[in-house]
Every structure is written in structure tokens, then in C-alpha cells.
Ligand binder design. Sequence first.
Ligand code: NDP
Length: 377
Amino acid sequence: ALCRPSMGLSASLAKPSTLLPRQTRRSLQDIAITRTGKPIIRLSGGRSSLGGHTVTVFGATGFLGRYVVNRFAQAGCTVVVPFREEMAKRHLKVSGDLGRVVFLEMDLRNTASIEESVRHSDIVFNLIGRDYPTKNFDLEDVHVEGTHRIANAVAKYDVDRFIHVSSHSAHPQSTSEFYKTKYYSERIAREIFPETTIVRPAPMFGFEDRLLHHLASATNVITSNHMLERFRPVHAIDVGEALEKIGLDDSTAGQTFELYGPKEYSMKDIHELVDREILKKRRHINIPKAILAPSMGLLNKVLWWVISSKDQVEREFIDQFIDKNAKTFVDLGIEPGEISNFTYKYLHAYRSAAYYDLPPMTEKEKREEKKYLHVLD
Ligand code: NDP
């Protein structure tokens, strides 16, 4: 049993865990032998336990990154967080015990810094991605060249697992530069490191998303395709859980996963869902693509804050495409959440104070004077 990758000692020596009392189950340690033959003590004791994997998360400072870092750091693993901006990574420090979340300064064009970030790790996640081109990095630089450098470093140090996060609808003939470069990022990762696991998430929703919060916060929602694009929104927390399971299960090496929600929506459906939840009506303005796309291209060059991009306008005309050969949540034993069950949780703060629904006052509260009146809007 020791020689089989990911096969736990306890699995062969102990009674089935379901028969053990809870206390005994928590103190069990499981030895896993990695692909390269390294013994890893798998932990079940929480963030202060000693042992576990060493995991590098590129792109940890983004939306999805915190859910991945949190899961591994909470389980007592050492998490290496390559970063490029001091302030963007601070919140990740507290997800693990002292010394367990290790920050390393990294630049996507600096091979030495990338190698430094991966050389002690046994699992590497690449979550780096950009929706729009920036002054210094176009989409090809971020997705293709960036992945090329990371995969090279992973191969050089023969890291056990490499999990590359691509995107839904990645296709070489796509009219969107984003989907096209994501496809080439997958190809280059597999060419360099054939055991790469590819994960393609659908548009994600959650606390820091660019879907629900974009629709809820904009005074005017500007689109080009009358919000007709269709997709299957997925909960970022489910994607985080799936990435953890994939990272810990060596049998997923070399496989492709598409992670999408249980129901298909059009952007218009989501817009209506958001309006209903925030009890407001956001104005929708449709501008033809021939005008909006070039203006976005121009505005992106002169404005120094993020608005949208020419490619994001293009993506409005592409429905989510699902690869039927790819594995999905079912293969990981996860039941994905449905967006309409989470809109209250993520959007209630956008409601006006006029709708602030207080629970009925108790006799004690009626006697005492109310100290604060919260005005949210
Ligand atoms: P975010 O945009 O929130 O985060 C992207 C991460 O990539 C950040 O950590 C960012 O670092 C890093 N990054 C971007 N450009 C560079 C660069 N030039 N050099 C170094 N680091 C860079 O993405 P999400 O967390 O939302 O998504 C994670 C992955 O999933 C991405 O690859 C994305 O393309 C993909 N995806 C996301 C979807 C979604 O709905 N959010 C849908 C489909 C795919 P910094 O903080 O320093 O900018």
C-alpha cells in the first residue's frame, strides 16, 4: 500500500472510518506517497497540525485564490503565495498558522522568481488570468507566456501535481482573444508537463465576483448583446473545494475538468434576479457592438482604471460551450450550488435602508431607546 500514489496507510491498517468514533477519526494521520515517491503526512487536525503538503498558488491574490489558499492553510499545509503587490496579499496571512503562509515576490517575466516559488512544493496551482489586456501585459503574455514559464519551472523541479485553471469555452477558433489564449495556455501546459490537470470554471459568483456585484453596483448596465449570452454560473466556494479535491487526488493527474453550475441562465435572467434581490431597478443600455467595442479599446488606453474591454464586448456574443468529454463536479462527489439560493447572501447589502426589515421588537427593546439607526444607502 505504501508504494501506491495517494494510498493512505490508515486506509489499509485501520477499520473503515465510518465505524470509528468521531474523536478517533480526527486524530488519524494518513501517509500518502506522492508521484515522485515523497512521503507526505496527510493531516486532519486543523491549521496548527504539523506536516501536510507544500502548495504553491499562483494568482492567490485574486477572487478564487483566497478560497484555495484558505482550504489548504486551514488543513495545516504550507502554502506558498507568489505575489507582486504588497497590499493585495495581506488578507491571506491569517488563513494559516504562523509561518504556514509564505509570501514570495514574483514577476511573471522573471523565471528565477517563478522557480523559487515552485521548487519546494508538491502541488502547484496556476490561477493567473486577466479578463482584459493591460499596459504591460496583453492576454497572450498572461495566459500563454505566463503558463509556459510556470509549466517549465514545474517540469524542471518535477513537482508532483500541476493544476492549471483555464476557462469555460476555451477554443482555438474562438472570436474572443481571452478564450483563444486560454486554449493555448492549456495546450502549452500539457506539452511541457503532460500530467497537468486542466480545470475550466464557468463564470463564478461569490463575495468578490464580477458578475452579481457588477450588475448590482452599476447605475447603468451597458451591454452590446441585449444580455442574451447564456452560461451556467458556478459558486466560487464549490470551485475552491473541487480544486482542493483535485490537488489531493493523484488519479486526477492529466485529466480535464469543467466546473459549471446546475442551471443555465441568460445574463438577462441574472440581471432580473439581481434587481429582485436588491429591490432596485438598474437601467440597462444597449449599445451596438460596432460602436461599443472600438470605444472600449480606446478608453482602455486613456483611462487608468478598469472599465471593460473590447474582448469583453466580444464575449457577450459567445454562449458557454461545454466539453462533454471533460469530468465535472459529479466525478468529485460535489453537488454544485444554484445561484438563486445565494443571491440574498451576496446582495442584501445593496438594498435600501427603506426596506430594512427588523425583527419584531421585544418588550425589553420597546422600553429601551434604540441607540443606532443603520442607514445603508
Ligand atoms: P482574478 O482576476 O480575480 O485574479 C487573477 C490573478 O492573476 C490575480 O492574483 C492577479 O494578480 C494575477 N495576475 C493577473 N495578471 C498577472 C500578471 N501579469 N502577472 C502576475 N500575476 C497576474 O481572477 P479569478 O480569481 O476570478 O479567476 C482565477 C482564474 O480563473 C483566472 O485564470 C481566470 O481567468 C479564470 N476564470 C475566472 C472566471 C471568473 O468568473 N472569475 C471564469 C472563468 C475562468 P494581482 O492581484 O497582482 O493582479
